[in-house]
Design a protein around this ligand. Structure first.
Ligand code: AOF
Ligand code: ZN
Length: 338
């Protein structure tokens, strides 16, 4: 019970750096002596000191470390990366016990930290349930183990299952506004928490979206435009984007970063986005692109807003039924798979 309390504190601390640690994980650490917290730390920025180092440094009376327990949300590292191994610092201070939230999936660590600590006579224990710690770093776990960005799919659909009216470039009719204000705010919060936003060239041509974060704070993600054979995004629109895009296409787009690939071969081009610092992508449409991701089981997280309106005919929404949470947001039904 006490271990759980201090591990929860590690989660809170780690979360303070949300959005600032990519490609590294969010990590929090707490040092406890006789039931009292005497030190705390978290990993503030990629490349900066690890959480364990921050926590150890924060302890005023360093002589207490040998009689203390270190709680950390992730297994302490055992490798020489941008910083020296935390395990060596822990053994140097002779910390008596270490409690770990989740094992580190990074192949440089992955159990080696635990081994190192135990080999030095340190008692190592684990959280009763590692799920909240893995969920904290879901993006990092996916990047490390599946070697691809985490994928979040999002769309709004009418009550009768359409994502949009059927539109064409001839009329350039505006997209249907299906969901309400609260859903819109959530979308912009979501955009601020991902590093890439994927849309098809058809959506780009018909919607002419800005793909920025509005009504929320934080940086806008990198637009990723998937170009097939039928629709081509205009150069003036590409140039107007706030963040320079990455284009997935069969041919180079002069002046833009282009990944040469068949747009249908998602499993080929998606992993390449990691090279552009994109560890988490939000797929915003259209329906065909969303369905392609679902067919490839690329659905780490899915959000669906169902509005009140019915339109009788239109573009059918993707079929998906693996949601595990439903909420009412104004007049929208908001379903979430996480
Ligand atoms: C962090 N912060 O608090 C912990 C990490 O490149 P480096 O040297 O910063 O090492 C990054 C790896 O260290 C990271 O992938 C993870 O496996 C491990 N632990 N990383 O950024 C931390 N504890
Ligand atoms: Zn470390």
């Amino acid at each position: 019970m006490t271990d759980a309390k201090f591990l929860t504190r590690c989660l809170q601390l780690a979360n303070q750096a949300r959005g600032r640690t990519y490609p590294n994980p969010m990590v929090g650490a707490v040092i406890v002596h006789r039931g009292k917290i005497i030190g705390e730390g978290y990993h503030k920025l990629a490349g900066g000191p690890h959480a364990e180092v921050e926590a150890i440094r924060s302890v005023k009376d360093q002589s207490l470390l040998a009689l203390s327990t270190l709680y950390c949300s992730l297994e302490p590292c055992a490798h020489h990366g941008k910083t020296p191994p935390c395990c060596e610092l822990i053994t140097k201070h002779n910390i008596s016990r270490v409690v770990i939230g989740s094992q580190d999936p990074n192949h440089n660590v992955d159990g080696k930290g635990i081994q190192h600590l135990r080999a030095h006579g340190i008692q190592v224990d684990f959280a009763m349930d590692s799920a909240p710690f893995e969920y904290l770093n879901k993006e990092f776990f996916i990047n490390q183990t599946l070697l691809r960005p985490m994928v979040t799919l999002k769309w709004a659909q009418t009550k009768d299952g359409f994502i949009d009216r059927v539109r064409s470039t001839d009329t350039m009719e505006r997209a249907l506004q299906i969901s309400g204000t609260s859903s819109m705010l959530l979308t912009h919060r979501l955009r601020s928490s991902v590093t890439g936003i994927i849309i098809s060239a058809k959506t780009a041509v018909l919607d002419v979206p800005s793909l920025t974060v509005r009504s929320w704070h934080g940086p806008s993600p990198v637009p990723v435009i998937v170009v097939g054979n039928t629709y081509k995004p205009s150069i003036s629109w590409l140039e107007s984007l706030e963040v320079s895009p990455v284009i997935i296409a069969n041919e180079p787009y002069e002046g833009f970063t282009t990944v040469i690939a068949d747009s249908n071969d998602i499993t080929f081009w998606l992993p390449k986005l990691l090279e552009y610092g994109i560890g988490h992508v939000l797929v915003e449409g259209g329906a065909r692109l969303l369905t392609s991701f679902i067919c490839e089981n690329l659905d780490d997280e899915v959000l669906r807003y169902t509005g009140e309106m019915s339109i009788e005919k239109g573009v059918p929404a993707p079929i998906y039924d693996q949601f595990n949470k439903t909420t009412i947001l104004d007049s929208d039904v908001y379903e979430h798979k996480y």
